[in-house]
Design a protein around this ligand. Structure first.
Ligand code: PLP
Length: 424
C-alpha cells in the first residue's frame, strides 16, 4: 500500500472495478422482466404481477394487505390517508430522515411536528415524543433509518395511551427486525420504497404500502387509483368511472413489479451479505482510533442500507470543527477509491420549506383553516445536527462485494487517519 495519500499523489487503495455497484442483477431477475414482455398480454400481466407481489410482500412482512405503488413517498401518503387523517391533523416525524417522510404528511394537508433522534441509533427518541403531542396529533411516524428499526416498543405504548396511529417508514429497512418481528408489521401501516438504492428494489422506482386492517386498506386503495373503486383485472367490466373521493395516480409499474418479485426471492440472502460485510467493518473499526462504528442493539437486527461511520478527531488529538474534519476526511477517502459521501445536510425542520412554510403557496397547509401555524424556525434538534456533522456514509456494502472489499475500505480509512494531521 502506498504510504502517500492518494489526494496528495499516492496510489489509491482501491482500483477502478474493485467495487460492484448496487443493485447487481441476476439472470433470474432478467428472465422475470423478459417473461412479462414476452407474455403477449400486458393487461393480464399488469394484474398478475400486482396481485402476486401483493400476496408475496404481505406474507414476507407478516401482514394482511399490501398495495404496490409508484414510490415510497406515495406508499407513506397512502398510510396517512389509510388512517383517515384529515387536514390540520398532526403527525410526529423524526427530524433526521429523508424529507419524503414529512412530505407524505403535507401531501394530505396534515402538519408534521418534528422530534429529535436518539444519539445511539439515530432513530426517533421515544422519550421526546410525548412533549410533542397536542390535541391535534393523530399519528407517529417512526423511520427505520439506514436499515435500523426504531425503538418500536415504547412508541407503540405511547401511541396506545394517546389513541394515535403508528405509520412505519420502512423505506430503508426491508427485512429488518425488532424483537424478531419484521418492520412494517409492528405499527398500523407502513410504507416501503423500491427506489434503485434500496435493499429491495424494482431496479428503478416504486413503493409498497402494507397494513393489517380492512378499513385502512380500503381508504388507501381509493387514494391509489384516483379515488375510484377498481377490481384488478376487471377494470373495463366493473369500473364505474365515478370518483368517491380525492385520489392520486399512484399506480405501480408492471415491469418493476416483476423485477421486485424476483429480487424478493434473494432479499434475505442479500441482507445476510450486507450484515456479514458490516459486522466485519464493525469489528475492524472498533480497533481504529478516530472512528466509531454504528451501534448494535440487542433485539434489533439492522439490514445496513448503508454504513454510517462516526468520526472522532478529538481521539487523534486534533482540535478541529467536526464538519471541517468530516469534509476533508471524506475527500481523502474518496481519493482512495472508497465509495463514500454524505446524505442529509440539514435536519428536516431546518430545510427551506419548513423555514419559509411556502407549501402549496399562500402558506398552505399550515395557514389553511384547519392547520396550525407550527413555527419550525426556533426548533433545536441538536442530536440530528451532531450526527450530520460527525458521520460519513460508506456505500456499496452489499453483495456481491464481500469482506475482501470491506478489508480495503478499512485499509483506506486507516491510511487516511494515519495522515489526519496532513488534512488540516
Ligand atoms: C427514509 C425514507 N423515507 C421515504 C423515502 C421515499 O421513497 P421514494 O424515493 O421511493 O419516494 C425514502 C427514499 O429515499 C427514504 O429514504
Amino acid at each position: 500500500m502506498s504510504i502517500q495519500l492518494a489526494i496528495s499523489g499516492g496510489s489509491p487503495v482501491l482500483q477502478p472495478g474493485d467495487v460492484t455497484p448496487w443493485p447487481y442483477i441476476t439472470e433470474e431477475d432478467k428472465k422475470a422482466v423478459l417473461a412479462v414482455l414476452e407474455h403477449g398480454n400486458m393487461a393480464e400481466q399488469r394484474t398478475e404481477q400486482a396481485e402476486k407481489l401483493k400476496a408475496e410482500w404481505a406474507a414476507y412482512v407478516g401482514v394482511k394487505h399490501c398495495i404496490p405503488v409508484c414510490s415510497g413517498t406515495a406508499a407513506l401518503h397512502l398510510c396517512v390517508a389509510g388512517l383517515g387523517l384529515e387536514p390540520g391533523d398532526e403527525v410526529i416525524v423524526p427530524a433526521f430522515t429523508y424529507w419524503a417522510s414529512a412530505a407524505a404528511v403535507l401531501h394530505h394537508n396534515c402538519i408534521p411536528v418534528f422530534v429529535d433522534i436518539d444519539p445511539v441509533t439515530y432513530t426517533i427518541d421515544p422519550g421526546l415524543i410525548e412533549e410533542a403531542i397536542t390535541p391535534r396529533t393523530r399519528a407517529i411516524m417512526p423511520v427505520h433509518i439506514h436499515g435500523m428499526s426504531a425503538d418500536m416498543g415504547p412508541i407503540l405504548e405511547i401511541a396506545a395511551r394517546h389513541g394515535l396511529g403508528v405509520i412505519e417508514d420502512g423505506a430503508q429497512a426491508q427485512g429488518a427486525t425488532y424483537k424478531g418481528q419484521k418492520v412494517g408489521s409492528l405499527g398500523d401501516c407502513a410504507g416501503f420504497s423500491l427506489q434503485m438504492s434500496k435493499n429491495l428494489t424494482s431496479g428503478s422506482e416504486g413503493g409498497l404500502f402494507v397494513c393489517k386492517d380492512d378499513t385502512v386498506q380500503k381508504r388507501a386503495a381509493l387514494l391509489e387509483y384516483l379515488g375510484e373503486v377498481v377490481v384488478p383485472g376487471r377494470e373495463r367490466q366493473t369500473q364505474k368511472y365515478n370518483a368517491y373521493g380525492l385520489g392520486w395516480a399512484y399506480r405501480p409499474d408492471t415491469l418493476g413489479e416483476a423485477m421486485t418479485r424476483s429480487r424478493l426471492r434473494h432479499l434475505d440472502q442479500d441482507n445476510a451479505g450486507r450484515i456479514r460485510n458490516c459486522e466485519f467493518l464493525n469489528d475492524r473499526f472498533a480497533e481504529i482510533k478516530g472512528v466509531e462504528p454504528p451501534a448494535t442493539v440487542e433485539d434489533r437486527q439492522p439490514v445496513y442500507y448503508c454504513y454510517v461511520l462516526g468520526l472522532k478527531p478529538s481521539k487523534l488529538g486534533l482540535q478541529i470543527d467536526a464538519t471541517v474534519f468530516r469534509d476533508k476526511f471524506m475527500e481523502a477517502l474518496q481519493a482512495e477509491g472508497v465509495p463514500c459521501g454524505m446524505w442529509q445536510r440539514l435536519p428536516v425542520p431546518a430545510q427551506e420549506i419548513f423555514q419559509t412554510r411556502v407549501g402549496y403557496g399562500k402558506g398552505c397547509p399550515w395557514s389553511c383553516k384547519y392547520g396550525r401555524e407550527v413555527d419550525y424556525r426556533g426548533q433545536e434538534t441538536p442530536r440530528t445536527g451532531e450526527f450530520i456533522a460527525s458521520h460519513v456514509y460508506l456505500t456499496q456494502v452489499a453483495p456481491p462485494n464481500d469482506t475482501d472489499v470491506m478489508a480495503k475500505y478499512v485499509d483506506a480509512v486507516a491510511k487516511v487517519l494515519n495522515h489526519a494531521d496532513e488534512l488540516i
